[in-house]
Design a protein around this ligand. Structure first.
Ligand SMILES: CCOC(=O)Nc1nc2cc3nc(NC)[nH]c3cc2c(=O)[nH]1
Length: 371
């Protein structure tokens, strides 16, 4: 019996909408998870994050194990109490960030060893240690296996090696996780852009058995087209009655096209990171608020939004804040962008429930990419 019931309420083609029920609250899918890297969704309070409609956020094992350390978070009551977020948290296993953030790192069958980008201290991450950090010290609700994300492009032989290591680490992660009734473990499908490897990865994960399945190894430079070609088959290799989570994705158009191919959950730093640099995401596409054309534009980003950052401030004022390098600019635009990503997933949930997702998909692309 799965610890977290996943109830699919409607399907439309390959798209699904449903609810993943957890002890800390329900997660409506398709779901977008704001990234809360160092125990904060950057530039936002947890109340603002909650106001956007986010049901779950992502925490980063790599950052928190380095600072303030997972043991300190545990001593302070765990990640939910520490950052005052009482809804679900999904934590990553740290592997991906080690490879992308820590200068020196070594990958063996046993572990990933690396030096901290903060103070150069040495660290070892095994599947078992990653589970201990996520499940026992941080206290996350959805725990991820330690995996190896192979860089793109990869030769098939190299992609196979990474997929097989990830599959062995999936077993070690599951054994270390054991059975818990208030937390779940997700496996991670790998295999780069090779259909046979993706199929084999999925078969190995299903034999081990997970409460949810992530699709890893994408959004690593392959581009939208190549990613969609993998998503034409990869989600279908995973159990249809469990959540499918596409990691690190993505732009709004990526979310829509991935939902059309059967994906349920997403995380990406794009809305918060681009917000801090003056880029606003809207139904009509992204805009750069530093552009002079907004200097006296008194219209808000989205008058129909219930988010104050989207509805109550003029583009002229937001542009001024960025030109003046005022912190409030980063706060308001992060808030607006997260609210937009939540509005997008809410609109997709409604479209699927009402059997009009294909029309939504066409209308969205025409307006958002229309230029
Ligand atoms: C979020 C859970 O992720 C993990 O524990 N491992 C993992 N993370 C990834 C993060 C990614 N971000 C992007 N693009 C921005 N691509 C990613 C792939 C992985 C991955 O394969 N494996």
């Amino acid at each position: 019996m799965a610890a977290f019931p996943f109830e699919i309420e409607a399907t439309d083609g390959k798209a699904r909408t449903g609810v993943l029920k957890t002890p800390r609250g329900d997660i409506r899918t398709p779901a977008f998870m704001p990234v809360g890297t160092a125990a904060t969704v950057k530039a936002m309070t947890v109340d603002q994050v909650k106001d956007t409609g986010a049901d779950i956020i992502l925490g980063n094992t790599y950052h928190l194990m380095l600072r303030p350390s997972a043991e300190r978070v545990k001593r302070l009551g765990g990640l939910h109490k520490f950052m005052r977020w009482d809804k679900p948290i999904l934590t990553d296993s740290g592997g991906f960030q080690v490879m992308s953030l820590s200068g020196i790192s070594k990958l063996t069958e046993e572990a990933v060893t690396f030096s901290s980008h903060v103070d150069g201290s040495k660290h070892v991450l095994t599947p078992e240690r990653s589970i201990e950090i996520q499940a026992d010290l941080l206290g996350s609700d959805i725990v991820m296996q330690l995996d190896e994300c192979v860089a793109w492009p990869a030769e098939e032989a190299r992609a196979r090696k990474g997929m097989e290591l990830s599959a062995r680490w999936a077993k070690r992660s599951k054994d270390a996780f054991g059975t818990r009734d208030t937390q779940v473990l997700f496996g991670i499908q790998q295999g780069s852009t090779f259909e046979n490897l993706r199929r084999e990865s999925s078969e190995r994960l299903r034999e081990i058995g997970f409460d949810g399945y992530a699709i890893g190894g994408l959004a690593v430079g392959e581009g939208h087209q190549a990613m969609c070609e993998v998503l034409d088959y990869a989600p279908g290799f995973l159990p249809e009655d469990r959540p499918r989570y596409l990691m690190g994705v993505g732009k709004p158009i990526d979310l829509v096209e991935a939902v059309a191919r059967g994906v349920d959950m997403f995380d990406c730093v794009l809305p918060t990171r681009s917000g801090r640099h003056g880029q606003a995401w809207t139904w009509d596409g992204p805009i750069n608020l530093k552009n002079a054309k907004y200097a006296e534009d008194e219209t808000p980003l989205d008058p129909d939004s219930d988010c104050p950052a989207s509805r109550d401030y003029s583009k002229a004022y937001l542009r001024h804040l960025f030109k003046a390098e005022e912190i409030l600019g980063q706060v308001l635009l992060s808030w607006h962008n997260i609210a937009f990503f939540q509005a997008l997933t809410a609109a997709m949930r409604a479209a699927i429930a009402e059997g009009r997702f294909e029309q939504f998909r066409r209308d969205f692309a025409a307006r958002h990419l229309g230029g």
